[in-house]
Design a protein. Structure first.
Length: 544
């Protein structure tokens, strides 16, 4: 590395090793990188590439079990690997601060926001509480939280995801650091909130002349924010370049594969003369708000409010909207997992008619794939038991040998080794678990799949594999998909029709190409502007 003493941060030949059950695991293998004052550098890679471990090594935040060695980690030319505890404590927060990925685990759930901000400020012990509150409120206002005085007394669970992330940013910037390490700062947020957080970080970086190390697998965010990029794979840096150079002329095959994994910008072709499979007319799903000693109903939460839709065989209807818009509740209402009112027809039959046996037969024809396969797959069952359970419940195959053969066949169809039947969910990667969840649904030969954010927790390359698999299954089996997501790029790549939801209602619906090229509703325009870097001329609300 050229003259590390002139960089704000310089890391030389960093190795991080952990003792695993099978021996030493080399999480980071001899990487070197640097950050200049005021520069934003992105450390890009998929889960398990070692990027977060490398970042935490800078502030020595790894557990004692980690063996960290380096030729040098220099901050302003000063070696940090040998710092005593007290100088290291002063470095953290005052000079180098960190924003973690999940604010609900980074914030103390049993403390209001004010004492957590006061601790981050680290003012003299004799400072009056009034002065502390004023400084804390200024921090919240600085990061764009409305009515900051009242928010100081709120607990983390009483804030939205965007507000919690802003609180974390306020805590990190309380002492005006020169370097901010942002570890996946927008992963769990809706697309418009992501745009607001990125805009906030960019503004604060400019105001403070602050450098930033951005750790992410979100390539569109990197393209928008970073000056330079380091690409990590399996603990090593495989490519580094200025951002525009890397996106326009990537050299390493792994970098090219990451860029190629971005969802297709062209909607799929619509099936010709497909019959109607599902119809919903004036569907409503309202939840009562009860208060008082006698739990009287004082209001209603209108999660789904007067929605009508039509879904044809072999067609994908994409349902988009931010958290709380009602899109997941809509899917649950169609699957009869939530009580609802209005007309629901499946293949011309009223879904609410018939006895229990008739409804069970219909339920087999409609299956669901949830967002997080780790929580939706039983950890106590083997993959064979998970796949065969549906066949047993619906009485489709009494012969154990034939059930096992069907389980092996469906595993092979979703791209997994049939020999994996005796393993448990925790022994698979996230993408493999999602394939298992898809196999569990497909083994019943459904006609409709409700896909609830099926790729939101996956890396880009794994996401691309799952989307390719879903497209293939749709063509091979004539499946209809109700695809629920807040990722508009995925929706565009998968959907023939798009329905945009806000506050339980449909604000716009139509063919995918029309929605993406000529959106009419202001809310749709804001979503597209945030997701696809379009300009709407409107100003996003700060009340995230």
């Amino acid at each position: 590395m050229n003259n590390p003493l002139k960089a704000l941060l310089a890391v030389e030949n960093l190795w991080v090793r952990f003792q695993g059950e099978a021996g030493i695991v080399e999480a980071v293998q001899g990487i070197s990188f640097s950050i200049a004052p005021g520069e934003t550098v992105a450390l890009v890679g998929e889960s398990g590439s070692g990027k977060s471990v490398a970042a935490m090594s800078i502030l020595r935040l790894l557990p004692p079990s980690a063996l960290v060695t380096a030729d040098g980690i220099y901050y302003r030319g000063r070696q940090t690997t040998t710092l005593a505890p007290e100088p290291l404590r002063k470095l953290r927060g005052a000079e180098v601060a960190m924003v973690f990925q999940e604010p609900m685990t980074a914030l103390n759930p049993v403390q209001p926001i004010f004492p957590q901000l006061a601790e981050a400020l680290q003012l003299d012990p004799g400072v009056e509480v009034r002065t502390l509150r004023q400084r804390a409120a200024e921090l919240l206002d600085w990061t764009g939280i409305p009515d900051p005085d009242s928010r100081l007394d709120a607990y983390p669970h009483q804030l939205s995801g965007g507000q919690r992330q802003r609180v974390l940013i306020a805590m990190a910037l309380a002492r005006r650091p020169s370097l901010l390490i942002a570890d996946e700062p927008t992963t769990a947020l809706d697309v418009t909130i992501q745009a607001q957080i990125l805009e906030l970080l960019t503004r604060l970086r400019r105001e403070l002349n602050m450098a930033m190390l951005l750790i992410t697998h979100d390539l569109p965010m990197v393209r928008k924010c970073a000056d330079r990029v380091y690409v990590m794979r399996q603990g090593r840096i495989v490519e580094t370049a200025p951002t525009q150079t890397l996106f326009s002329a990537p050299r390493h095959p792994y970098t090219r594969s990451l860029l190629a994994a971005l969802p297709d910008a062209h909607p799929p072709r619509r099936p010709v003369d497909a019959p109607v499979l599902l119809t919903a007319n004036h569907l409503r799903c309202h939840f009562p708000v009860k208060r008082g000693l006698f739990k009287r109903t004082v209001g209603w939460i209108k999660a789904v409010d007067d929605i009508s839709l039509t879904l044809r065989k072999g067609e994908t209807l994409g349902v988009v909207g931010e958290s709380g818009s009602g899109k997941t509740t809509l899917g649950e209402a169609i699957l009869q997992l939530n009580a609802s009112q209005g007309e629901l027809l499946f293949a011309g039959e009223d879904l609410r008619s018939g006895n229990r046996q008739t409804q069970r037969l219909r339920r087999r024809r409609m299956q669901v794939v949830f967002q997080d396969p780790f929580s939706s797959l039983s950890p106590r069952l083997t993959i064979a038991e998970i796949l065969e359970e549906g066949l047993t419940i619906h009485g489709l195959e009494p012969d154990p040998v034939k059930r096992r053969a069907q389980a092996q066949a469906i595993l092979a169809e979703v791209g997994l080794d049939p020999e994996a039947l005796e393993r448990y969910p925790h022994q698979f990667s996230g993408g493999q678990r999602q394939r298992i969840a898809i196999a569990r649904a497909m083994i019943l030969k459904p006609e409709l799949l409700v896909l609830d954010e099926p790729t939101s927790a996956l890396d880009l390359s794994v996401q691309a594999q799952i989307l390719k698999l879903l497209k293939k299954l749709q063509v091979d089996h004539g499946l209809a998909y109700l695809f629920v997501s807040h990722d508009l790029r995925v929706i565009r790549a998968m959907s023939h029709e798009v329905m945009v939801m806000q506050n339980g209602q449909v604000v716009e619906a139509g063919p995918t190409q029309q929605i993406f090229t000529a959106p009419r509703h202001p809310y749709t325009q804001r979503l597209l502007a945030a997701a696809l870097d379009l300009s709407t001329g409107g100003e996003e609300s700060r009340a995230s």
